[in-house]
Each structure stands twice: as C-alpha cells, then as structure tokens.
Write a protein that binds this ligand. Structure first.
Ligand code: SF4
Ligand code: SF4
Length: 65
C-alpha cells in the first residue's frame, strides 16, 4: 500500500518517471496547500511494491507498507 505525505509533494514528477508500472501521475484536479499538483496512484492494485518511487522522491513523500 502506498502512503503519500501529500502536503510535502512539490509535483516534480520524478516518481512518475521512476515507476515501472506507470501508475503514478500528478493530479489534474487538485493542488496541495503549497500550490503543487500532488502525485496520485491511478491503479493501486497494479503496484508491485518495488519502492522505486519512494527511493526517487527527494522529499520523502512516499512510503510503501
Ligand atoms: S512501488 Fe513501484 S510499482 Fe508501486 S507505485 Fe512505486 S514505483 Fe510504481
Ligand atoms: S518525487 Fe516526490 S515531490 Fe516529486 S512528484 Fe513524486 S512524490 Fe512529489
């Protein structure tokens, strides 16, 4: 399961590029309190828990449980 500390996300997209399953995207409908489009998962069931996204994020937004 992916947990996002959404308020810390700066919408840089590094995690989106890192995901081998291509299931991460920057929100098209929401902004966090800093004004950035936060990352969200499009298909949670497809996640293989590889943690590439969490490793790539410079701001430790993503945790895998
Ligand atoms: S853990 Fe792996 S498969 Fe799951 S969202 Fe992150 S990069 Fe993608
Ligand atoms: S790498 Fe981190 S800060 Fe950048 S979009 Fe992904 S979750 Fe947000």
């Amino acid at each position: 399961m992916l947990i996002f500390k959404e308020e810390l996300c700066k919408g840089c997209g590094l995690c989106v590029s890192a995901c081998p399953k291509k299931i991460l995207q920057l929100s098209k409908t929401r902004l966090n309190s800093k004004g950035h489009a936060p990352v969200e998962v499009t298909d949670p069931d497809a996640c293989i828990s590889c943690a590439f996204c969490a490793t790539m994020c410079p701001d430790c937004v993503i945790t895998i449980e």
